[in-house]
Design a protein around this ligand. Sequence first.
Ligand code: CMP
Length: 225
Amino acid sequence: MDPEVLKQAPLFAELDDEAAGTLAAAMGTIKLNKGDVLFHEGDTEDRLYVVVSGKIKLGRSGSAGRENLLAVLGPGQMFGELSVFDPGPRSSTASAVTPCELRVLEHDELTQWLTGRPEVARGLLGQLASRLRRANENAADLVFSDVPGRVAKALLDLAKRFGDQRDEGIHVHHDLTQEELAQLVGASRETVNKALADFAARGWIRLEPRSVTLIDVERVERRAR
Ligand code: CMP
């Protein structure tokens, strides 16, 4: 059986141990170095991936070379399902923020599981539904929230997945550059930096290279509302 982390992926969510072991055995392994691109937006390739270790960013490029990050995924998270269910080009570029290990499932293999085991389909539908909710929320935040509010929300989201509780607060080693953090929030680097510096000056957070410590989580949560 693969590492415990694989069982957190929606694909495995409703499978018993035996079926999960069989499915895991049908998956290949891919290792990426930091900065490697797994696939580009627009590529026609329809495999499904699960992150076992490391961080993957999903980004889109706009006009004038601008980049927007849709998400940063960590261990136990899955991606590539849109091209499986809605055959067409990849909707974003997937690249490695850190060295990564992934499991990959070929389209034909997945189709067999979807036909034979409805619980696999239920797991995938669960992920699609939660991504749609999240995308709606992000769209609303872009209209209704100011940049500091969106920065606070992004920090809390990163803390949920990559945070580590310490005496002084939640240490979040997100591995993102300031530019990537700004792309995730959907604002300019200058505005995002200003918001971060303001939170730090108020004693809510402490900034470190590619990481942040949330010292006063309650205040950050209040700012995110
Ligand atoms: P696919 O379009 O096949 O390839 C890119 C993948 O990025 C896509 O499938 C989804 O798995 C993932 N993805 C696209 N949009 C989002 C989003 N808003 N949040 C998280 N993941 C996404």
